[in-house]
Design a protein around this ligand. Sequence first.
Ligand code: ZN
Length: 180
Amino acid sequence: MNFCSACGHTVELRIPAGDSFTRYVCPSCGKVHYQNPLLVVGCVPEWNDQVLLCRRAIEPRRGYWTIPAGFMENDETLAEGAARETMEEAMARVEIQDMFAVVDVVHARQVHVMFRARLLDGRFGAGAESLEVALFDPGDIPWDEIAFLSVRFALEKFLEDRAAGVVRLHTTALERRGGG
Ligand code: ZN
C-alpha cells in the first residue's frame, strides 16, 4: 500500500498507539489501514458418489484441478458464498451441507472453509474461471494435478469420512511453505 484510501496522502508503516502490529498509517488523516486474512469458502459437490472438480482457467495454478471455492463476499454467509462460487465456477446448483474442513493457510494470509454439498440436479458446466468441470469417481481423482494443498486436504478428509460413514470437522494449518 502506498497511498491512503481516505485522503490520498502517502502512508507510513508504524505501530499505532495501543497496537502491537506494524500497520499502514496515514500521517495526514490518521486512518489506520488494517490488513487481515481473507476467507475463502468452497465445497465438495457430490453426485451419485462422484465428486465435482474444476480445472482452473486462471492463475495461480492454471490447468490444475480444484473444488469450487473463492473469496467470500460482503453480505453473504459462508454457505451462501460456497453455493455462489459453485454457480460461478461450475454452473451448478448445490445444497450446502455441513462444514467439514477449516484450513489456516498462514503463508497466503487466508482461511479456507469447506462444506460438503450435493448437486441439486446433476447439471454443471465450465464457468468463466474454469477450463473444464467434471465428475470423478474417487479412484480417478487426479491427485498429482490438484491445485492447492488445502484442496488436497479437503478431498482426502471428505473421502475418508464418506468411506467410514462419519461426519466430522477437520482443521489443519499450512505454514509458510508448500503451496496453499
Ligand atoms: Zn489519510
